[in-house]
Design a protein. Structure first.
Length: 229
């Protein structure tokens, strides 16, 4: 099994270059955050299956004490094992994606060294509440995932994950009738708290390819390529 990182191994993170040693732009880094059980790891798996044939892709996962999410991706063979790295935060998950990002940066850089042509890295956070957000020193764009099981009140509760993420994903829409969640209310409230920032309501059970989220990621890659041209 490839090595994994714990946040206890690192102190005093230093800013890292977003370019490789030869001056070429590094891969697009996409953060995947959200509460426990919202479907972040399932979404990461879906994006790996959908985009893995199109882009040179790798994944970093974050768990507090285990490598559960990385193990899930490996068991489901969404990518070769050497394209999946696990970070054990040992503390609140947002610490390693926002406050001291060193362990995650080292995991990304290991993947970049191992795969010099890397185009896309997904950085999946350990489960946290609505306050979780990524440092833009770690990722270029971030997706925040919530699900309807928490009720249709979740988007209007706000929090940095909901209001500030580049894309909000409301997952498990197929459960709405079972939990009494009104999807129209979730759409409305998402628009109210997010303004022009996009929100997608999806069901990975009904669309295992996460088609619309994958297309949004493609758009970010295309936009990045235009900026670097």
């Amino acid at each position: 099994m490839p090595p994994h990182f714990t946040i206890d191994d690192y102190v005093d993170a230093e800013p890292r270059s977003r370019h490789s040693a030869d001056g070429e732009p590094g891969p697009l880094r996409v953060g995947l955050g959200g509460p426990v059980g919202s479907g972040k790891t399932a979404l990461a798996a879906a994006l790996c299956r959908t985009l893995g044939a199109e882009y040179d892709l790798a994944v970093v996962t974050n768990d507090i004490y285990t490598t559960e999410d990385a193990d899930f991706l490996r068991r489901n063979a969404v990518l070769p094992d050497d394209r999946i790295e696990a970070v054990q935060t040992g503390c609140c998950p947002h610490t390693a994606i926002r406050d001291d990002i060193t362990a995650n940066l080292d995991a990304v850089e290991l993947l970049e060294a191992r795969h010099p042509g890397l185009e896309l890295v997904l950085v999946e956070s350990g489960g946290d509440n609505l306050t979780a957000s990524f440092s833009y020193g770690l990722v270029d764009v971030q997706i925040f995932v919530v699900d309807v099981a928490g009720g249709d009140k979740v988007p209007r509760k706000g929090g940095p994950g909901v209001t500030a993420s580049d894309l909000l994903v409301v997952n498990k829409t197929d459960l709405a009738p079972l939990v009494g969640a009104d999807l129209d209310v979730m759409r409305r409230d998402s628009a109210l708290v997010r303004g022009e920032k996009p929100t997608l309501l999806i069901s990975l059970r009904e669309d295992p390819a996460a088609t619309r989220v994958a297309e949004w990621v493609r758009e970010q890659i295309r936009a990045r390529a235009l900026q670097e041209a």
